[in-house]
Design a binder for this molecule. Structure first.
Ligand code: 3UK
Length: 508
């Protein structure tokens, strides 16, 4: 692919101002429950927010802005405004709890926050919240983003002159350790993802209507539901709180052509497909966790569509191995998309051949710069990113997913780190020790399973299971709670005191 970008580059200007300059101003950029925004209207909103950021909020080039909001046109406008104003966006998942937000706020050294009013409670309870916070989608009263927007000039905002290699995004991924890891991305990376997978594999066009579930705060959603459509002058449908049923309904209602979601959502939608007119749908993209062959086959049978599986990572910003159409090989994720290289390594870092499971390493136009040097040293080797996945390649170069090489639990498309759940459980007065692992589950891929050693004198019961589950939901994002809890007299440990997770998994 042609990935030569000018040295001076502002990705938001390239996506939005260029779209309007090309005469796409009257096209619909974003459709939502509250109505449609054309490209010109989106540009106006973005410019107003950018004026607020640089004016009344007093932010300077390179300052970092935490972004919080469900999928909504205003959230999209905030992200683009931050980029256009030469600032660094730090998107956060809508469900994160105060403690998780505090950790991100601290690590990313955030200067300001743009937050949807509905998500303000957890933010207000977090540590390290900067003085500058503007809420949007609330009552629009004093101090709100909307009020600030009314007071700035309604003139065009000239995009901040940034370098192609200036950081514009810090995206957090939940790590195996439970400590969120920040990954940094440049202005050119944002364009590179638009010019790779969507062109080579998805083949999206200006008349496409994108729809799906991943939050804009997750780079899967940011690319698929905002950046990709803007790059080609297409439309995106941004909806909050989708269920399998309402997503199907929305596909029919908005006449969507491209759907982005995770395997579980496809599994849950499949039996409901006959109830809806999905005749406009041309492409369905699955990412976030391994796509079981049975899920692919059932979806294909129900819709006639061949699912486009793709593995992406926050570190790489978006999808780097995928396949579509006749290139699809059952059971395989696909091949490295043009522009990317992938190989499999043994534990010594030497390439393994076909038929041997190895650690996945990827290299391409986007790649990780971790916020933490230590992470960089261990997971980025000679420009290759180690994704933490175990893969196997066949003789034709197709990549087959096997498992995570580390302990990350992936449930319903979410990455969940066992130690983080353990940490939450250990805060409960009845818990002495615990170990959390992934347990295979037909519906969710995996579920979080906790092995709990209770404090002396405490009896395990169904009531206590429910209590612990509620407790965890109050500590960390609710989707991380252990769906299964088993009480144990003791946990298997090595001589040095390390928890032996593989032994817990064997108990299955
Ligand atoms: C796993 C998959 C098998 C894999 C993501 C698309 O998931 C995304 O980013 P995360 O940082 O997690 C990355 C890890 O998730 N995974 C993702 N897709 C697949 N495993 N098959 C797949 N198709 O372990 C990977 O290392 O949350 C996905 C686009 C952008 C993204 N950030």
């Amino acid at each position: 692919p042609e990935l030569h970008y000018p040295d001076r580059l502002n990705c938001a200007a390239e996506l939005l101002d260029r779209a309007v300059a090309r005469g796409w101003g009257g096209r619909i950029a974003i459709r939502s429950a509250g109505g449609d925004w054309t490209y010109a209207q989106l540009q106006q909103q973005v410019d107003r927010i950018a004026q607020v950021l640089r004016g009344p909020l007093g932010l300077k080039t390179g300052n970092r802005v935490l972004l919080r909001g469900a999928n909504h046109p205003m959230m999209a406008a905030c992200v683009l405004a931050v980029l256009k104003a030469g600032l660094v966006g730090v998107p956060t998942m809508p469900l994160l709890r105060a403690r998780e937000l505090g950790a991100i706020l601290g690590k990313a050294e955030v200067n300001a926050v743009l937050c949807a009013d509905a998500l303000r409670a957890e933010l207000e309870a977090a540590d390290h919240v900067p003085a500058t916070v503007a809420y949007f989608n609330g009552d629009g009263g004093p101090g709100s983003l909307e009020m600030l927007m009314r007071d700035v000039p309604a003139t065009a905002f000239a995009a901040c002159d940034t370098s192609a290699e200036d950081v514009c995004l810090i995206s957090f991924t939940s790590g195996t350790t439970g400590v969120p890891k920040g990954t940094m991305h440049f202005h050119r990376d944002v364009l590179a993802i638009c010019d790779c997978f969507p062109r080579s594999t998805l083949k999206s066009q200006h008349d496409d209507i994108f729809i799906g579930t991943p939050p804009l705060a997750f780079t899967f959603g940011l690319g698929g539901l905002l950046l990709f459509p803007l790059r080609v002058g297409a439309s995106t449908v941004l909806l909050e709180k989708l269920t399998p049923e309402t997503l199907l309904q929305a596909i029919a209602q908005y006449r969507a052509t491209i759907c982005f979601t995770a395997p579980t959502f496809y599994r849950q939608m499949t039996p409901l497909v006959p109830k809806y007119d999905l005749s406009t749908l041309r492409k369905s993209v699955s990412a976030g966790e391994a796509l079981p062959l049975a899920t692919r086959e059932a979806w294909q049978q129900a819709t006639g569509l061949r699912m486009i599986d793709g593995i992406g990572a926050t570190e790489m910003l978006h999808i780097f191995i995928s396949a579509a159409g006749d290139d699809i090989r059952p059971g395989a994720t696909g091949k490295p998309i043009p522009g990317y290289q992938a190989c499999l390594l043994d534990l010594d870092g030497n390439p393994v051949g076909p038929g041997v499971i190895g650690r996945l390493a990827v290299k391409g136009p986007t790649g990780c710069r971790y916020l933490a040097d230590e992470r960089q040293r261990d997971y980025v080797v000679n420009g290759w990113n180690l994704t933490g996945d175990a893969y196997e390649m066949d003789a034709d170069g197709y990549f087959f997913y096997r498992s995570r090489t580390d302990d990350m639990i992936i449930s319903a498309g979410y990455n969940i780190a066992g130690p983080e759940v353990e940490d939450a459980l250990l805060r409960h007065p009845a818990v002495a020790e615990c170990g959390v692992v992934g347990k295979p589950d037909d519906e969710r891929g995996q579920i979080v399973e906790a092995y709990v050693v209770l404090k002396a004198g405490v009896e395990g019961s169904d009531a206590l299971v429910a209590e612990l589950q509620e407790f965890v939901k109050g500590q960390i994002a609710p989707y991380k709670y252990p769906r299964a809890i088993r009480f144990m007299p003791a946990l298997p440990r090595t001589e040095t005191g390390k928890l032996q997770r593989f032994k817990l998994r064997e108990q299955g």
